[in-house]
Design a protein around this ligand. Sequence first.
Ligand code: DGP
Length: 134
Amino acid sequence: MEACIFCSIANKQIPSAIVRESETCLAFLDNSPNAAYHTLIIPKAHYENMIDVPLPVLQDVTEMMHQVCQLYSQKIGIDSFQFFNNAGPHSAQSVLHLHFHVLPRYQGDPIKFSAPRMPDLVKQYPEMLARLRA
Ligand code: DGP
């Protein structure tokens, strides 16, 4: 495996602004933030993305996301979040180590992350579902 920046962060070979740590996961501040307290949650073990991660590891990651949201809510009164995850070559995944973005949102934020809608796809739903059942 090529050197992985998030593995290096997980094993403290390179420093990061750590928010929370457990035996299996780490929460640290993104070094290219979209907002204050923009946080990344990773498993310490290397998995590329949502496809190869085992469910128990994903559960640990999810638990830490929940803990970080509660921490930010209780300590600094953040009441709004967006969560996102890029997985795979056609997404915007730039680091190939599973990570979830926890992005606090604030009143008056200049940016609201939203994607263009494709309403015509609704017509294709029967065909799309049929492919899943084939
Ligand atoms: P994505 O595009 O979903 O793969 O997001 C990767 C994020 O990781 C991006 O927002 C910047 C952040 N990032 C990349 N390298 C480092 C690093 O060395 N330290 C920290 N704290 N964040 C990093």
